[in-house]
Design a binder for this molecule. Structure first.
Ligand SMILES: C[S@@+](CC[C@H](N)C(=O)[O-])C[C@H]1O[C@@H](n2cnc3c(N)ncnc32)[C@H](O)[C@@H]1O
Length: 276
């Protein structure tokens, strides 16, 4: 075990993948779904009051009558998708957590809301001028490398109809963490594993072009070592424009959050509305 763990203790090379899936792990996805469904947590989905405000703001800038077809990327268990549908959008949701997608499908049957859900990596979407609105909410764009961000922006631009809107949020540099190393012992099991485990958590900063941040969780149980690497990036308006302008959107609007708060460079998030 000591041998196996030691390999993970040095600062990892940029974009070394996790040893196991994170969002789609059988155990982790259970805790994640609980976090999504807790209306008072900001952990995996924002609090439910915020979701309500967010959906009514989006419906005000892209009214469902004119902007009918909506694609929600990284839809999780469908908390936004259900709300989008209830204000009049025709909704497709995509996520690569099978537990979240199963839950979302059950909800749409139960609510007779007629939302289409796909268990799919959103980096593989391939649509041409099919959607009026595409959303990617809760700073997922920031988890992608610059290569993947540009691939995704191209695909989104292609998938939007003329005048369609891509609406997403990102963290600003205010949210960058300090490098650190901490540990905890989960005697009864916990978020990462149902058996007892030790978790060694590190935050690393990289001085690459993208000033990448890594949150690494090394999970040690009786017999195994798992390593989860969650990459993050932080954005200014200028950086966002430098990525989106070459793709060829026609207009770029910025807000302080995804409920339409006024943009200020003192905020923790930026919400972007890019119009094709
Ligand atoms: C922070 S949660 C946000 C969920 C939802 N947008 C919300 O605000 O409630 C991120 C979601 O994106 C999904 N996800 C992350 N990367 C993905 C990818 N490449 N393809 C599909 N889904 C992805 C995760 O499974 C997770 O459900």
């Amino acid at each position: 075990m000591f041998e196996k763990s030691r390999d993970y203790l040095a600062k990892p090379e940029l974009y070394i993948p996790s040893t196991d899936p994170f969002w789609d792990d059988e155990h982790i996805s259970k805790g994640m779904l609980e976090a999504h469904l807790n209306p008072h947590w900001d952990a995996a989905t924002r609090k439910s009051d915020f979701l309500d405000m967010s959906v009514s703001w989006i419906a005000s800038i892209a009214p469902p009558k004119q902007f009918h077809q909506l694609l929600d990327l990284g839809c999780g268990p469908g908390l936004y998708a259900e709300r989008f549908n209830s204000v009049g959008y025709s909704v497709i949701g995509i996520d690569f957590s099978s537990r979240s997608i199963e839950y979302a499908k059950e909800q749409t049957q139960h609510n007779k809301s007629n939302i289409e859900y796909h268990y799919q990596n959103y980096l593989t979407i391939d649509h041409v001028e099919k959607f009026d609105v595409i959303t990617l909410i809760y700073c997922d764009y920031a988890a992608l490398s610059i290569t993947d961000r540009l691939i995704l922006l191209e695909k989104i631009h292609r998938a939007l109809r003329p005048n369609g809107k891509f609406i997403f949020d990102v963290f600003t540099p205010k949210m960058r963490k300090k490098e650190s190393r901490t540990w905890c012992y989960e005697e009864k099991g916990g978020f990462f594993c149902k058996e007892p485990y030790i978790c060694l958590e590190s935050i690393y900063q990289y001085d690459d072009y993208d000033e990448t941040e890594l949150r690494q969780s090394i999970v040690l149980n009786e017999t195994e070592v798992h390593c989860y690497n969650i990459w993050d990036h932080f954005f200014t308006k200028e950086k966002l424009l430098s990525e989106a302008q070459p793709i060829g959107f026609g207009a770029y609007d910025f807000y302080g959050d995804v409920s339409g708060k006024k943009y200020s460079d003192a905020e923790e998030t930026i919400c972007c509305v890019f119009t094709k």
